[in-house]
Design a protein around this ligand. Sequence first.
Ligand code: PGA
Length: 224
Amino acid sequence: MKLLIANFKSNKNRHEMQEWTTEFSQVSNQQTGITIVLCPPFPFLPLFEKLHSEHTFVGVQDISSYPAGAYTGAVSTYNLIDFNITYAIIGHSERRRYFHETSIEIAQKVRECLAAKITPIVCVTKDEINATANALSEEERTHCIVAFEPIEHIGTGESDTLEHILETKKWVQTAFGSVPYIYGGSVNPSTDSQILTSTDIDGFLVGSASLDPETFLSLVELVR
Ligand code: PGA
């Protein structure tokens, strides 16, 4: 089953998120044949709990590389107990760029996730594949989902080519083993349908096109 992950990043306030969840919940019971993962900013997790269903899960966009304790401002996996969080986006290029995350720190976050039974969705550009994989043990790698996220296609409205996405899959699976492979970078309803329906891509990480529930739901239809 394909994964469609909504990454809201730091967008939307409480009122706007309420509207999003209301609109989404009106049709959410029709979404069979696809696994949806909704990753809102931390303050909105209680709002998203009610959307949890057989096919819809809630995830986070980042996690602390430290356990519970004296780490001001960080959100640990321990803080998330009882929120029903099953996925975490780890090592997104925006985390690496603006928050200076290294492969070593990202590996530590993956370990925190695995210890808490949260599936890490590890984001990489082509250049980061090997360093990210090498910071993890072979066993840890087998539990990851890897998202190929070329920076030059994030937020530009133009996704990468099918050919390049599939070529990079080989690099990823050489480094990580045969893990689920997803793509992110300007995926929207007008993305090449060969990409959206390719059986060689296990899912998509969606930023901008997740912000409008109608757009996101039409993507659900096109991908499943
Ligand atoms: P985008 O973001 O869909 O807006 O390009 C994707 C991402 O950063 O995961």
